[in-house]
Design a protein around this ligand. Structure first.
Ligand code: C2E
Ligand code: MG
Ligand code: MG
Length: 501
C-alpha cells in the first residue's frame, strides 16, 4: 500500500469513528431525554395521586393516609384528633350562574383562605367538588388515663374543633371577588372526634359526614359536632325510610280530604287531598312526620303519582254522586321537576273523565324559592297551558319574587295559616291578610285563608272579601266517605274558581 493510499484509509477509518461517536452521542441524548420525560411523568403521576390539581391541596387519597397514620398515633400515644368536613353552601348555584371557570377560581380562593384558619401542624385537603377536610393533629398533650381528666381533655378537643369551625366561618365571611363581582359564601361544617365518637378512620369520616348533613339541615353557615344522638336520629331515619317503602307496597297510605268553603255562602266548593299514613303500630300519622323522608329519598315520586290517581278517582266517584267539587293536590319540588309531570297529569285526568280545570295543583311558595326560577316558570306555564289550575300554598312564608310565581297562570293564593291565626287583633297579621286578598283580587285570582279555626276569623275574612276558607272551624281533614254528608249539610256549588267554564 502506497503512502497516499494509507492516508486515505486512515481518513476513512477516522470518518467512521466520528460517525459512530456522533451516533453514540445522539443515542445518549435520546436516552437522556427519555429519562427526563420519565421523571416528569413520574412527578405528574405522583401529583395526580396525591394532589388536588385545582387547589394544589392534598387530595382525599392522601388525607385518608394522614388520618390513618394519625389515628395510629392517637391510640399509641394516647393523643386525640378531630376531623372537620367543610361543605360550601350554594356553591352549585354560583357555579351555574357564573360558569365553571369562576367556580374553579372560587375553590382556589377558598383553599387559600382555609389555610389561614388552621395551624401549620393541621392538614387541609380537598375532599372533592365543594368539600374540604381539615384534620386537627397534635391537638393536646398526651391524654390522661384518669376517666375524669380524660373527659375534660375530650371536651377541650371538641372546643378546639368548634373554634376552628368558627375560624372557617370567619375567613370565608368577607365577599369573594369573581369576574369583578362580589360573591358571598357560607360553609357548613361537620366535626368528628377521636377518641370520643370515632375509633377508626372510616368512622371518623362517616361521623363527620353525618354531622355535616345535620348541620346543613339547620340552614347555611352552621357547624355541628357528631354525637350519639345524631347517630340515633340517623338510624331512626333509615328505619323510617324502610318502613315507608314497605308502607307504599302494603298500601298503608290513605287520603283524607279537607273541605274548602266559599265564605260568602258557606258552601263546600272543593276539597284538598292530604296524605295520611296508617302505621300498623303507631296509628294514623300526618305528613309532617314523614314527608321530608319521602322527599329526600325520592319516594315522593311513586307516592305522589298514587295521590293523584287515588284523589282523581275519588273526585270522579263524587261527581257520579252529583257533587260538583274541585280538587286540590299538593305537589312537592321533586314532583315539579318530573319530566313527564304534565302528560302524567293529563293521562290520570283523562282516565277518570275529569276536565283539567277541576284540578288545582298546590305549590308551596317555599318550593318556588328553592327551585331554579326558570324551571319553575316553565312548569307553571306548562300547567297553565294544560288547563290545570295552580294554587300558591302557604303564601306569605316564602319571600318569592312575584316574577317567578308567573302569577298569570295562578288561580288561587292560599294565605298561610300563621297569618290567619293572628286575626283579628295582630296588626302585622291583619296587614298581610288584607294585602294578600287585595293582591289576589287585582290579579284576577281567588284568595283562600288556611287554618280558619274560629267564627271571629271567619267573619273577619268574609267581611274583608276573602273568597274561600279552609280550617278546623269548617272541618278537619276527613275520610272520603264522610265528605258527602258534610256537603249535604250545606249546598254544593262549584262556580267559585271558574271550574264551570
Ligand atoms: P298544607 O298543604 O298547607 O295543608 C294544610 C295543613 O294544615 C294540613 O296539615 C291540615 O291538616 C292543616 N290544617 C287544616 N286546617 C287547620 C286548622 O284550622 N288549624 C291548624 N292548626 N291546622 C290546620 P297536614 O295534613 O298535616 O299536611 C301538612 C302538609 O303536608 C301540607 O300542608 C302539605 O304541604 C303537605 N302534604 C300533605 N299531603 C301531601 C301530598 O299528598 N303530597 C305532598 N307533596 N305534600 C303533602
Ligand atoms: Mg296544601
Ligand atoms: Mg298550606
Amino acid at each position: 500500500m502506497s503512502e497516499a493510499e494509507r492516508i486515505q484509509q486512515l481518513e476513512r477509518e477516522l470518518m467512521q469513528a466520528l460517525e459512530s461517536l456522533q451516533q453514540a452521542e445522539r443515542r445518549i441524548t435520546q436516552l437522556e431525554e427519555r429519562s427526563h420525560h420519565a421523571e416528569a411523568v413520574d412527578e405528574e403521576t405522583h401529583k395526580l395521586a396525591f394532589e388536588d390539581t385545582l387547589t394544589g391541596l392534598p387530595n382525599l387519597n392522601i388525607v385518608r393516609q394522614f388520618v390513618e397514620m394519625n389515628l395510629k398515633q392517637v391510640f399509641r400515644y394516647h393523643r386525640a384528633a378531630a376531623l372537620l368536613v367543610v361543605d360550601l353552601d350554594r356553591f352549585r348555584v354560583i357555579n351555574d350562574a357564573l360558569g365553571f371557570g369562576a367556580g374553579d377560581e372560587l375553590l382556589r380562593q377558598v383553599a387559600e383562605r382555609l389555610k389561614t384558619a388552621i395551624r401549620d401542624s393541621d392538614i387541609l385537603g380537598r375532599k372533592g367538588e365543594d368539600e374540604f377536610v381539615i384534620l386537627l393533629t397534635q391537638i393536646d398533650e398526651e391524654l390522661s388515663q384518669e376517666p375524669e381528666l380524660k373527659d375534660r381533655q375530650r371536651q377541650q378537643l371538641g372546643d378546639r374543633a368548634r373554634h376552628v369551625a368558627e375560624r372557617v366561618a370567619e375567613v370565608l365571611a368577607p365577599p369573594f371577588e369573581l369576574q369583578g363581582q362580589k360573591v358571598h359564601l357560607f360553609a357548613s361544617v361537620g366535626v368528628s372526634l377521636c377518641p370520643g365518637d370515632a375509633e377508626t378512620p372510616v368512622q371518623l369520616f362517616e361521623h363527620a359526614d353525618v354531622a355535616l348533613s345535620y348541620a346543613k339541615e339547620q340552614g347555611r353557615g352552621r357547624s355541628l359536632v357528631f354525637s350519639p344522638e345524631l347517630q340515633e336520629l340517623r338510624m331512626q331515619k333509615l328505619l323510617l325510610e324502610n318502613q315507608l317503602r314497605l308502607a307504599h307496597t302494603e298500601k298503608q297510605f290513605v287520603l283524607h280530604y279537607q273541605p274548602i268553603v266559599e265564605l260568602s255562602s258557606r258552601n263546600v266548593v272543593g276539597v284538598e287531598a292530604l296524605l295520611r299514613w296508617q302505621h300498623p303500630q303507631i296509628g294514623m300519622l300526618g305528613p309532617r312526620d314523614f314527608l321530608h323522608v319521602l322527599e329526600e329519598t325520592g319516594l315522593i315520586i311513586p307516592l305522589g303519582d298514587w295521590v293523584l290517581k287515588e284523589s282523581t278517582r275519588q273526585l270522579r266517584a263524587w261527581g257520579d254522586q252529583g257533587f260538583d267539587l274541585f280538587l286540590t293536590v299538593n305537589l312537592s319540588p321533586r314532583q315539579l321537576l318530573q319530566a313527564d309531570l304534565i302528560p302524567m297529569l293529563l293521562d290520570v285526568l283523562g282516565q277518570n273523565q275529569i276536565e283539567p280545570r277541576h284540578l288545582v295543583v298546590e305549590i308551596a311558595e317555599s318550593a318556588a324559592t328553592t327551585m331554579d326560577p326558570e324551571r319553575m316558570s316553565q312548569v307553571l306555564t306548562d300547567l297553565g297551558e294544560a288547563g290545570v289550575r295552580v294554587a300558591i300554598d302557604d303564601f306569605g312564608t316564602g319571600l318569592t319574587s312575584m316574577k317567578t310565581l308567573r302569577l298569570e297562570h295562578t288561580r288561587l293564593l292560599k294565605l298561610d295559616r300563621t297569618f290567619v291565626a293572628g286575626i283579628p287583633g295582630e296588626r302585622a297579621s291583619m296587614s298581610v291578610c288584607m294585602a294578600t286578598i287585595r293582591l289576589a283580587t287585582s290579579l284576577n285570582m281567588k284568595s283562600l285563608a288556611e287554618g280558619v279555626e274560629t267564627e271571629r276569623q271567619c267573619n273577619y275574612l268574609t267581611k274583608n272579601e276573602c273568597d274561600l276558607g279552609q280550617g278546623f272551624f269548617f272541618s278537619p281533614p276527613i275520610a272520603a266517605e264522610e265528605i258527602p254528608d258534610l256537603i249535604c249539610q250545606g249546598r254544593p256549588g262549584a262556580e267559585i274558581i271558574g271550574i264551570r267554564g
